[in-house]
Design a protein around this ligand. Structure first.
Ligand code: SAH
Ligand code: SF4
Ligand code: F3S
Length: 453
């Protein structure tokens, strides 16, 4: 897809009525939203805005929202409800809802939450300053939720804070239309960014001291820009001087780019770690989900990945209780988990989403009790597997990247292995962002414990 912008709408805000407002921005949802919040920060900083860490110091609250499951909705709804009281005490406060809820719910949000002054979808962030200005001066509730086929914010460098891992969106939107998923409706059509911009952002991150980047796309298999595909992009990013680790998420098990496997195997900066969302292990359910692969094809793909990248770490996403899923069909998912032995898995209860094909065609008919039981049993099984995988690493020496202090004990570091597993160890000399060689001495389902070699 070409990324030439047809006269992109530019924000019409001529400047502020008085001093630029102070902003408090809170992000919900996935890494894509984290990245977008960094773009919104740049857009507002260019207009002179400062950012407040605390709500007490801010004149504008922005919520970058997620719509993926009911649990995400509930968290944000509770927050928006609570604003009613705050707004009564601070009548000048402006509240904006950004992100995936905006295109999905539109006016519903304004109706339900009187405290919300404007909503702005993921392709309209250039309009945020104008929307704020409009609320402040005209007391008008603005709605910018159109989705674009072109917007990639190519000219906007995200505002980074110091860190270890930087997210980079390499594409936006999704054209896969898995029947359970709201993302194609909240983020619109798929479009890829120019690899030059992605490489430039990687260089920016290196210059700020970042050691790792994670490339983000809803389905990286279909990344295309002129002659370049995703494997070419990974190679180019991995060759940026100073970058130590490159990760990505997510590929789709259908039409998985096998060329990528060779590129990962040959380039040491590209981590031997792949997140490969399974969703279900049953052919009938996979078909109903519009996933376009069968159980045996998924298992064959895992074998070929492991052949090309020995020792590769695999993680996955699974949905339990998709409409009409029977116990036997759920057992097929358990069987894939047992056969593949993922290093980790995110396991979700099916959650009916507005606008999706699944909601239109099928009743959400698996009982809450069955969904919960399936999730709990599968989480328990995955924990056993993760623990066994982790125990088998005891005695090995691994290179880890320090991310911060351990949650349990601030004299210990929380770091990541190449497989992306959390490794906890002590080293009084080390700092965040350092690499160390450590020997694994203990294991839990979620962490490895280590000693400095
Ligand atoms: N593009 C990514 C998915 C992003 S959403 C991919 O295809 O890998 C992250 C995960 O949320 C999905 O993999 C899926 O497991 C889960 N998910 C999405 N919609 C859901 C729904 N309606 N109910 C429960 N889980 C859902
Ligand atoms: Fe949703 Fe499927 Fe697209 Fe992932 S690939 S974002 S699950 S529609
Ligand atoms: Fe991400 Fe949630 Fe949107 S998972 S893409 S923020 S719906």
């Amino acid at each position: 897809m070409s990324n030439v912008e047809p006269a992109m709408k530019q924000t019409g805000s001529p400047g502020w009525d008085g001093a630029p407002p102070k902003i408090h921005l809170q992000t919900f949802g996935c890494q894509m939203n984290e990245y977008d919040s960094e773009l919104v920060t740049t857009i507002l900083k260019r207009k002179g805005c400062e950012f407040a860490a605390s709500e007490d110091d801010a004149e504008v609250f922005l919520f970058n929202t997620c719509a993926i499951r009911e649990t995400a909705h509930n968290r944000i709804y509770a927050r928006l409800d609570a604003l009613k009281t705050i707004k009564r005490k601070r009548p000048g406060l402006v509240v904006g809802v950004l992100g995936c809820m905006a295109p999905n719910l539109k006016e519903e949000l304004l109706l339900r939450f009187p405290a919300v002054d404007f909503i702005c979808g993921p392709d309209s962030y250039r309009e945020v300053p104008a929307l704020i200005q409009r609320s402040r001066t005209l007391h008008d509730r603005g709605t910018e939720v159109e989705l674009s086929e072109y917007e990639t914010y190519e000219d906007i460098l995200p505002t980074r804070v110091e860190g270890v891992n930087g997210w980079i969106a390499i594409m936006r939107g999704c054209d896969n239309f898995c029947t359970f998923c709201v993302v194609p409706y909240t983020r619109g059509r798929e479009r890829s960014r120019d690899p030059k911009g992605v490489v430039q952002e990687t260089k920016q991150l290196v210059s700020l001291g970042y050691k790792q980047v994670t490339l983000l796309g809803q389905n990286v298999n279909s990344y295309r820009h002129e002659g370049s595909d995703f494997a070419d992009l990974m190679k180019a990013v991995g060759q940026v001087p100073g970058i130590e680790r490159v990760r990505f998420t997510s590929p789709h098990p259908m039409d998985f780019p096998t060329k990528l496997l060779g590129v990962i195997a040959e380039n040491p900066t590209l981590c031997s770690q792949i997140h490969l969302p399974l969703q279900s292990g049953n052919d009938r359910i996979l078909k109903k989900m519009n996933r376009n692969y069968r159980k045996d094809e998924f298992l064959d793909l895992v074998s070929s990945i492991r052949e090309t990248i020995p020792g590769v770490s695999l993680s996955t996403d699974i949905i339990c209780g998709f409409p009409t899923e029977t116990e036997e069909e759920y057992e097929d998912t358990v069987d894939v988990v047992n056969q593949v032995r993922f290093d980790s898995a995110y396991i979700f209860k099916y959650s009916e989403r507005k606008g999706t094909v699944a909601k239109k065609l099928w009743a959400d008919d698996v009982s809450e009790e069955a969904k919960s039981r399936r999730v709990t049993d599968l989480v328990r099984r995955q924990k056993e597997i993760s623990l066994e995988n982790h125990r088998s690493q005891i005695g090995s020496v691994q290179r880890v990247l320090i991310e911060g202090t351990s949650r349990k004990d601030d004299r210990e570091w929380r770091s990541r292995s190449e497989a992306n597993t959390i490794v906890v160890f002590a080293d009084p000399e080390a700092r965040v962002g350092d690499f160390r060689q450590v020997k694994i001495v203990g294991a839990t389902p979620n962490t490895l414990l280590a000693e400095l070699t």
